[in-house]
Design a protein around this ligand. Structure first.
Ligand code: 0X9
Ligand code: CA
Ligand code: ZN
Length: 453
């Protein structure tokens, strides 16, 4: 019963479930139609158009918010009786059609790069790392700390940029029998703060090994993987012109459409496209791609995770995928509102919730099952858990609202808002040898101790 557009025209919304009038052409279609009334050449026009953020008053339940995502807009922020969305003109019109009122929010800043170069962050954002800057910083760290940090190129993005996996551990060149934990960042192009989060962790773990007790213990007894940039093409595109593009997806073209990009966080191969938690329209923010794991970036990371299955056992025990924004700690499943069911026992759910709530207590975020927000299918955490039984979380970082910078907070917040997650990250590392300790069931689930062999 999902509201559907008729492809090729965006002329009709069939929103029977929402009891809407069906016949009236929507405003955006009229705006896009040529004077002759011929079919609009809206594809090219939409591609050139930057989306905007809007506050939408009314949607108050997960079901209402999921219905909102069916317009193709992304839901960026959730409050009791309102949300903030990113939408292009057509999507905004569809939201109005659902009976909600929209208030347009200010656009992200646009300024010449502080460096005077294009393809760089603008003034006020100079401390964010471009892809090249991040790569240089990483290479310098690897050169300085070769005993505890190693770099692998695990594959390439659509446009051919390297996707990196950094390993941090004592005896880093050996694959030791130690619990592994994965941190990923930047599935969504405009969420630049997440790359800074990954770089923070790399700097912190290397720089404080040997002096910070908790860090030293974790590098001595865990193998930590950091994939700092899942979507380098999208990230570079977002900053390429001196004006932030509010871009979310990757930069893979879509066959038969002028619309570019797949939402990587709807493309993972678990319950892909199952549950109205993603879009089949290439123009939408949450386009799931033509098939599961169709995005090269998703393929590369899926293959990497599968490669950590050693001797029939997945070595990665826990994970955090960093996003912005809203200050949330989320856990699976996103594809269903049910707390338990196939693939999620009561003990597993309770373990997710116990660890999630404790991490949230340390960083001040709000803990909840991800479907409390809205339904998502094909998200990485659902895949990591559903396919690989990794205790996988999604962190939505700073800020809590659009008014505090939304996707584009100034670089002055980077130190505080990355360090804010240090304790949560260490907690997850510390629990990774037996997550079930969090519900007092270590004996039942973890006796025998060793993860392998
Ligand atoms: O919609 C998303 O992919 C995430 N929000 S964002 O604003 N960063 O795009 C939330 C995902 C929630 N669902 C799961 N974690 N499964
Ligand atoms: Ca080791
Ligand atoms: Zn995101």
């Amino acid at each position: 019963m999902r509201p559907r557009r008729i492809r090729g025209g965006r002329t009709t919304v069939l929103a029977a479930a929402l009891s809407l009038a069906l016949a009236a052409p929507i405003a955006a279609t009229q705006a896009q139609a040529s004077p002759s009334g011929a079919p609009p050449s809206a594809r090219a026009a939409r591609t050139a158009e930057l989306p905007h953020q809007y506050e939408v008053s009314g949607p108050a339940t997960p079901a209402e918010r999921t219905a909102l995502t069916a317009t193709g807009a992304s839901v960026d922020e959730v409050h009791g009786r309102a949300v903030v969305i990113t939408a292009d003109r057509a999507q905004a019109a569809l939201v109005r059609q659902l009976g909600y009122s929209l208030r347009k929010l200010p656009d992200p800043p646009s300024a010449p790069a502080a460096s005077g170069r294009i393809k760089d962050f603008p003034a006020g954002y100079a401390n964010y790392h471009t892809y090249d800057e991040a790569t240089k910083e990483i290479d310098a760290l690897v050169a300085k700390y070769p005993a505890i940090l190693s770099k692998q190129v695990i594959g390439k993005s659509h446009e051919g940029r390297d996707i990196l996996a950094l390993k941090l551990s004592k005896n880093v060149t050996k694959d030791e029998n130690e619990p592994e934990v994965l941190f990923t960042a930047h599935q969504h192009a405009r969420e630049h703060l997440t790359v800074e989060m990954a770089l923070y962790l790399l700097n912190e773990f290397t720089g404080k090994y040997g002096s910070d007790d908790r860090i030293t213990k974790m590098l001595d007894s865990r193998e930590i993987w950091i994939i700092p940039d899942l979507n380098p093409d999208g990230g570079e595109y977002d900053i390429a012109t001196g004006k932030f593009q509010s871009w979310r997806k990757n930069r893979q073209p879509n066959a038969g459409s002028n619309e570019v990009g797949t939402d990587l966080n709807r493309n993972w191969d678990f319950k892909w496209g199952c549950c109205n938690g993603s879009s089949d329209d290439p123009g939408d923010e949450t386009y799931r791609g033509p098939s599961a794991a169709s995005a090269p970036e998703v393929q590369v990371v899926s293959k990497f995770v599968h490669s950590r299955n050693v001797g029939g056992k997945q070595q990665i025990k826990a994970a955090i995928d960093f996003h912005t924004y809203s200050e949330l700690v989320l856990w699976p499943f996103g594809f269903t509102n049910d707390e338990t069911g196939p693939g999620m026992t009561q003990d597993e759910h309770d373990t997710f919730a116990a660890i999630g709530k404790k991490m949230a207590a340390s960083n001040g975020y709000t803990p909840e099952q991800s479907s409390e927000l809205y339904i998502t299918d094909g998200a990485i955490d659902d895949w990591l858990w559903g396919d690989q039984k990794v205790f996988a979380y999604t962190f939505e970082m700073y800020p809590s609202s659009a008014g505090s910078g939304g996707f584009y907070p100034k670089d002055s917040v980077i130190p505080k808002e990355t360090a804010r997650n240090k304790d949560a990250v260490l907690q997850l590392l510390e629990t990774a040898d037996c997550p079930y300790r969090a519900i007092g069931k270590e004996q039942q689930y973890c006796k025998g101790g060793r993860t392998r062999g």
